[in-house]
Write a protein that binds this ligand. Structure first.
Ligand SMILES: Cc1cc2nc3c(=O)[nH]c(=O)nc-3n(C[C@H](O)[C@H](O)[C@H](O)COP(=O)(O)OP(=O)(O)OC[C@H]3O[C@@H](n4cnc5c(N)ncnc54)[C@H](O)[C@@H]3O)c2cc1C
Length: 298
């Protein structure tokens, strides 16, 4: 399948795409995915199921990851296909707590035949595609949360200046100010780190630590801002016809979508350790150079 005709309508918004990794048996541990790919003539067959996928019930195009054992043990490959492909079934939307604007559901692959050019990248190297996709997803989560948090803060500020209790605006209380200042501080931090992440991504630099920091900060900050927005708005914030309760429910989904904070901490930790080891190796090499004279020669 030539890629250009697929991506143009996705970019223009004519078609909806989904990015399907998660399965019933695996979420964080992506390497244990079970969707099975097998070679079939010059193309492939897919069998199995993807689970809890944003836009799965409505997507026209699906990018997915499957285990192609013929390419080697544990070889994961990436495929892109039309969801109208025979044998591919889209579920109805799952009944979830939030994120109801983007239906989430499953995709069942029953011997779905894909042409050879449905393969994205190289057979068995799907994790390279996936990890790059993760970087983009995590950094762009930060971009969208910057856009979501700003109006929440603006509304809290305006409401707190107008709403009176005990004969004065509630904004006169340092506890109330603190909620807004905290959210604003988080937003400014997020903005800065998002710019660094986007710059690194554009330059093709390694930005997996930054991407994890952005995803973690964005989801935690958005959740805290929504919770405190409800506190500031008192009983009005708790109403279902007011948007803070919806934003709060959606923000909980962010704890999982794009990887959990626990997993991002493990990524950041692994990168910190690797950096520390590389620095200490570089220092050892410097010391060795001094003894062997290599440093002097340079
Ligand atoms: C709103 C929403 C949208 C989503 N959209 C998509 C989508 O479009 N495509 C897609 O593929 N998936 C999607 N997902 C699924 C999402 O990626 C997974 O929920 C997420 O990766 C976590 O996997 P899991 O739910 O299976 O939890 P598990 O992996 O089972 O983890 C359960 C708990 O254990 C913790 N845990 C697991 N391993 C470790 C560890 N090593 N160290 C510390 N803690 C650990 C986790 O942090 C979590 O708290 C979406 C989820 C939600 C809620």
């Amino acid at each position: 399948m030539a890629k250009q005709p697929i991506f143009s309508p996705l970019i223009s918004g004519e078609k909806i795409g989904c990015f399907a990794i998660t399965e019933q048996g695996c979420g964080s541990d992506v390497r244990s995915l079970k969707l099975a790919a097998s070679r079939d003539g010059s193309g492939y067959r897919l069998n199995g199921m993807k689970w809890n996928i944003t836009n799965a019930p409505v997507a026209d195009i699906c990018m997915t990851f499957a285990r192609l054992e013929e390419a080697g043990p544990n070889a994961i490959s990436c495929f892109i296909s039309e969801t109208a492909a025979p044998g591919l079934t889209q579920s109805v939307p799952f009944d979830l707590m939030g994120n109801r604007g983007t239906p989430i559901g499953s995709l069942t692959f029953d011997n779905v035949a894909l042409a050879a050019d449905s393969l994205v990248g190289v057979e068995g190297q799907g994790l390279r595609v996936l990890y790059f996709g993760f970087l983009v997803e995590r950094i762009f989560t930060g971009v969208s949360i910057v856009g979501c948090m700003q109006p929440v803060i603006d509304e809290c500020l305006q409401y707190s200046l107008k709403r009176e209790a005990f004969g004065r605006p509630i904004s006169d209380n340092q506890y109330v100010q603190g909620h807004i200042v905290q959210a604003y501080t988080q937003l400014e931090l997020l903005r800065s780190v998002v710019v660094r992440g986007l710059t690194a991504l554009e330059k093709g630099q390694d930005c997996s630590t930054l991407a994890s920091i952005i995803k973690m900060l964005a989801s935690e900050a958005m959740h805290e801002a929504c919770l405190n927005a409800m506190r500031i708005h008192g009983n009005y914030g708790y109403r279902r016809d007011f948007h803070f309760e919806r934003l709060l429910r959606d923000s909980i989904g962010l704890f999982f979508a794009g990887g959990t904070s626990e997993i991002h901490k493990t990524v950041i930790w692994a990168n910190l350790v690797a950096d520390a080891q590389n620095r200490s190796k570089a220092k050892d090499n410097l010391r060795l150079d001094a003894y062997t004279g290599a440093g002097a020669a340079a």
